[in-house]
Design a protein around this ligand. Structure first.
Ligand SMILES: [Zn+2]
Length: 172
């Protein structure tokens, strides 16, 4: 699995559902390994070139918990919004303030194909919304106003030209 980076068109595709199969479960395992290797908080399948609705998340809380989500969907979101500084493995080094729903309820199937629900708030809520956006071909910069997005992309190009290649492969 290779990390797909902006502006690869794969990142802008809407993904179809994943099948409940051994292949899906083993892809989730491989994605989890890559999540730790690349030191991200979350990784969505299109970021490794797979157009299927699959996500892995570990926000490194104590106790540590790795979520493997198949066909996740947001069932409820709070009206309250919260702003946080987001980054993305597919846009190395770039960070920007993004507004998200403070709380969400996400329904998904786990790696044993059992239906699960996460009720959460704060960082995990924002992280889930960020990863689920990837499954619809939406990057965090698409959540910025047009002006802020063009500024962010200018900053991104500058960062990419300044940093040596090894640095670009690490998450900020
Ligand atoms: Zn991302």
């Amino acid at each position: 699995m290779e990390l797909i980076k902006y502006p690869d068109p794969v990142l802008f595709q809407k993904c179809p559902d994943a099948e409940m199969s051994d292949e899906t479960a083993s892809l989730l395992n491989e994605m989890s390994q890559k999540l730790y290797e690349w030191e991200g908080a979350g990784l969505a399948a299109p970021q490794v070139g797979i157009l299927k609705r699959m996500v892995v998340i570990d926000i490194r809380e104590t106790p540590q918990r790795l979520y493997k989500l198949i066909n996740p969907r947001i069932n409820w979101k709070s009206e309250e919004m919260v702003e946080s500084n987001e980054g993305c493995l597919s846009l190395p080094l770039l960070r920007d303030k993004i507004s998200r729903h403070e709380s969400v309820v996400v329904e998904y199937f786990d790696e044993n194909f059992e239906k699960q629900e996460i009720h959460t708030t704060g960082f995990l809520s924002c992280c889930l919304q960020h990863e689920l956006d990837h499954l619809n071909g939406i990057l965090f910069i698409n959540r910025l106003s047009k002006l802020k997005r063009s500024r962010a992309l200018r900053r991104f190009k500058k960062l990419q030209s300044e940093k040596p290649i090894e640095e670009q492969n690490k998450n900020p």
